[in-house]
Every structure is written in C-alpha cells, then in structure tokens.
Design a protein around this ligand. Structure first.
Ligand code: GLP
Length: 240
C-alpha cells in the first residue's frame, strides 16, 4: 500500500486525477471504476480540465460505478447516475453507452446484481477509485460485508444515513438501501486508488491502514491488494 499525504483537498484532487489520467493515457480502452460522494468531485473537475486541454480523451474508455441508491432512478438529482452525469460524463467525450451504474430501480434487484457482477467479471477495472465511509465502508459495503461478496443489495448503516443526510433536504429522504459492488468485485481491480480527506475520516483511515484485516472494517481488505495508492489530506492522516 502506497500512502501519500498531502496538504489539502485541492492537492489530493490533483494527485488523484494525475493517477487516473495516467491509466487512460497508457490504455485508452481502460475500464475505470468510479465512485461518488464529495471526495472525488475535485478529481473529476481536474479530469474535465485535462480533457478540455486536449491532454486526455475518454472516447474509448469504459466506466463502472460502485453503487446506487435503491429506489432512485437516474433522473433523480440524488441518484448516483445523476451525480456521474452532472460531475463528469456530460463534460467529457465518454460514450454514455459504455458507462455503467447499477440500477436501483430494476424490477428484480437480484437479477440486476447478477447482471452487474457478470459484467464486472467480463470487464475488470484497470483502476478502481474509492472514497471511504466514516465507518470504514467502501462502495456501500458496510461493516460486516463479506470479503468474498459480489454485487448485492444492502441496508445502509445508521451512521452512513446520517453522513449522507447533508445532501438531502431531510434525513427521512435518505434511501435506506443501496445496490453495491461487493468487496470481491472491488478487489479484482488491477489498481486501486482510495482518497480520503477531513478529520471525520481519520479513525476509518487508521483502521484501514494500521488495524487488523477484518470485515468489521471493510476497507482493511485493501492491505491485501498488490497495488493500492491511498491519498490523504493532513486531517484524514491525523491518527496514523
Ligand atoms: C458514500 C458512498 C461511497 C463514498 C463514501 C464517502 O456513502 N457510497 O462510495 O466513498 O460514502 O462519501 P464522501 O466522499 O461524500 O465522504
């Protein structure tokens, strides 16, 4: 695990975008595993800038997103499909038919989970970008999620609902379930880039890096991946 500590969010975003851009430059047909949340917004902004400068193109790339809320379709501004359109896809030259976000409104969610797992197995991520939940979750793999798990529907932890309530009008509006890649789907990526900033992530960062590898801290599994880069700002690195 390579750990990079930087001063602030801005620097974390620039370094993260650099690493993602390098993958696309080296392999224009790369499969990029993408994440939502506040953490990657700055890195996406920087990728858009690099695209506008003619530095990179996503024309032949493909994307697979980690997760989606159950019950929200892509036209809902709180959905992760909407987030991806808004924060990245609509600003770059990606072919939308090659962007993938699990559907939270599929008629049969079990069928959707199987479809997504199969799609991921056929097209493993050249790089998977991750944020980190304050409870150590990756994607929506909450504490206790099995390390061998594939795409599944999960109940969100109370702390995750509280954390994400800031993005909704009322806490009651936060969906209580999500569909997420499993840990095994994340770990199949050739390379993993995790970014975390802010002091509310410091304890999860400590558990991920210094703690035991345990399903109680889903991100701790990353200790067993051969190619992981973690970029932290000073506050997130505060307990290391
Ligand atoms: C969310 C997402 C994760 C994200 C994490 C951190 O619930 N499911 O993919 O990495 O929590 O979010 P943020 O970046 O907003 O702190």
């Amino acid at each position: 695990m390579q750990i990079i500590v930087v001063e602030n969010y801005e620097e974390m975003s620039l370094r993260g975008a650099e690493i993602l851009a390098a993958v696309v430059k080296e392999k224009p047909t790369a499969t990029l595993g993408l994440a939502t949340g506040t953490t990657p917004i700055g890195a996406y902004r920087e990728l858009i800038r690099k695209y506008e400068n003619g530095e990179i193109s996503f024309r032949d790339a493909r994307t697979v997103n980690l997760d989606e809320y159950v019950g929200l379709d892509g036209s809902d501004p709180h959905s992760y499909r909407y987030f991806m359109q808004d924060q990245l896809f609509s600003h770059i030259d990606i072919d939308l038919s090659r962007t993938n976000v699990p559907s939270g409104v599929a008629e049969d969610l079990a069928v959707e989970c199987t479809r997504y797992t199969k799609m991921l197995a056929e097209c493993p991520q050249d790089i998977q970008l991750l944020g980190l939940g304050s409870d150590g979750h990756i994607g929506f793999n909450e504490p206790g999620a099995p390390f061998g798990g594939h795409t599944h529907v999960t109940d969100l932890a109370a702390s995750t609902i509280r954390d994400n309530a800031r993005l909704f009008d009322r806490i009651e509006d936060v969906p209580t379930r999500a569909i997420t890649m499993g840990i095994a789907d994340v770990m199949q990526a050739k390379k993993i880039l995790l970014m975390a900033n802010g002091k509310n992530k410091a304890e999860a960062v400590r558990a991920m890096i210094k703690g035991d590898v345990t399903e109680a801290c889903p991100a701790s599994i990353l200790q067993r991946h051969p190619d992981v880069i973690v970029i932290l700002d000073r506050e997130a690195a505060g307990l290391l």
